[in-house]
Design a protein around this ligand. Structure first.
Ligand SMILES: [Zn+2]
Length: 93
């Protein structure tokens, strides 16, 4: 599932919900890997650019490769984002 296209000019990624190792639900572009903490943050350009080695996206939260998974509908409902207009991915995954 995905929400909107990435606002970056240089990629055509899809912004998808992601669950971090500590259970936080955030939004990540599947192409440039930029993270937003809330859907409202996307329009406000309040993004985080996680990077090695800590992949931090805020206090106590990281998106280190191998520790995250793409969210499912139950996760986004838990996050309070169940009413948003989520779309089907154009590819499997
Ligand atoms: Zn992107």
């Amino acid at each position: 599932m995905w929400l909107i296209e990435c606002p970056s000019f240089w990629d055509e990624g899809l912004i998808r919900p992601l669950v971090t190792e500590n259970g936080a639900v955030v939004l990540m572009c599947d192409t440039c890997s930029v993270v937003w903490h809330t859907p409202a943050g996307i329009e406000e350009f309040e993004h985080v650019e996680p990077a090695a080695p800590d992949w931090s996206i805020g206090p106590g939260t990281h998106v280190r490769p191998g520790t995250t998974r793409w969210a499912d509908p139950a996760d986004v409902t838990t996050a309070g984002w169940g009413d948003l207009r989520w779309r089907e991915l154009p590819y499997a995954g």
